[in-house]
Design a protein around this ligand. Sequence first.
Ligand code: NI
Length: 218
Amino acid sequence: MKHSELIGYLVKKVREELESDSTGHDWWHTQRVWNWAKSISAREGGDRFIIELAALLHDIADWKFYEGDETVGPLKAQEILKTIGIESEVIERVVVIIQQVSFKGAEVENQLGMSIEAKIVQDADRLDALGAIGIARTFAYGGAMGRKIYDPEIQPILHQSGDAYKTSKSPSINHFYEKLLLLRDRMNTDFAKEVAKNRHIYLESFLEEFYKEWNCES
Ligand code: NI
């Protein structure tokens, strides 16, 4: 099968899997990440096929929905790639990317030695956590996980470890400080850094307006 046919098959499969998600990790999120990954790759290089496979599968089974288990996603991705006949060397590269891309807490650095392909998929995923879409996804996720919108008595926490981040029950507004506002300075590629700038400003103006309304200021 040609690469384009394999991608087409994978798109169908991933879409089916993510169809009923209402946490902001739905098919449309994956589609945007896939599109961003292609745009970033057009400027920054990397193996396009690997990038597309990893982008399409990056949220196929996120640890957030499997009690923090980070092995489910990579395993599921591996299975799907096997069933569509992808060679094992390619599968291995894709699985490593899926293991590396997710955000694991404010004080947890990116893994060293990430490939250009991993950096591009990570940037694509992080761009979708910023701006208007990022805000919409944050509240959708918060609601689905039983988090409050905001509680002025609960301070944001800069998580020191992946485990502390995973079990956090912080209100959604705190998530801006615990993750979203940190992403601009953690982009890997110049292109994503550029796109992140405006989206970051948008987050800041949203917060400003939010507090104004919270305090019933006109
Ligand atoms: Ni994602």
